[in-house]
Design a binder for this molecule. Sequence first.
Ligand code: AMP
Length: 148
Amino acid sequence: MNDYKKILVAIDFSGSGNIVINQAQRLANQLDAELSVIHVLDNIPMPDTPYGTIIDLNTQSSDSLLEDEKNKLNQTCDGMNIAPCNRWMIWGKPQEEITQLAIKENIDLIVVGSHGRHGLAVLMGSTAKGVIFNAECDVLTVHLKDDQ
Ligand code: AMP
């Protein structure tokens, strides 16, 4: 087995986000690995912003929706002692930005939540499936119950 020295956890601010990040942090502590966090912005309008744009978490903008998202990421990371340089907010499609950042940052392990959905959602694909399919490193899926 590889030594996992750099772990990237992907969080979506749903109710299950805490479960996923807590598992990732526990694992990072056990392995003495560096933990980075990514949230991909895909839910607010970002006109004229190309996919893949890294959002500066330290510079304030006049966009209140964007500021809300930045605050959520910073508050989550503050609570977990994640260094500012290991916090990532990127505009784009989650599965693509997560796997691209993992390559760029030489990540050994990506941690994502997975609902293990059935039916149509399986045919359409989920973020976890997309990450597993596109990642060049190992991927750990944290199993989430349907109501999480
Ligand atoms: P979903 O496919 O939407 O059920 O999401 C499964 C998992 O993918 C979540 O638990 C997160 O780990 C990750 N994920 C989904 N959306 C995002 C996002 N916008 N940014 C970062 N990670 C995400």
